[in-house]
Design a protein. Sequence first.
Length: 118
Amino acid sequence: QGQLVESGGGLVQAGGSLRLSCAASGRIFSSYAMGWFRQAQGKEREFVAALTRIGGNTNYADSVKGRFTISRDNAKNTVYLQMNNLKPEDTAVYYCVAYYSDPNSGYWGQGTQVTVSS
């Protein structure tokens, strides 16, 4: 229903950076935790990062710790995923999700493709 809209994907060389954005409606942004997942071709969807609604606590997959940063701009109802030192294995479709307790029951965006060349 277009309640989450991702942008910022693209093609980048290994070692480069990208910043993904996820714009949400105000109702969703103020009520839910926000997260990022990714799905590489032929693989299952996997968790990347999450940000709690209250307190701003963050959680990251081990594979991206120290390289990716999730943040939110409350004035813009937008959550970001800053991705640095990208690796070819980061290549995937990245999805934004807003959820209360279980991402599987949350609101999902349409996804944005990130491709990292070696």
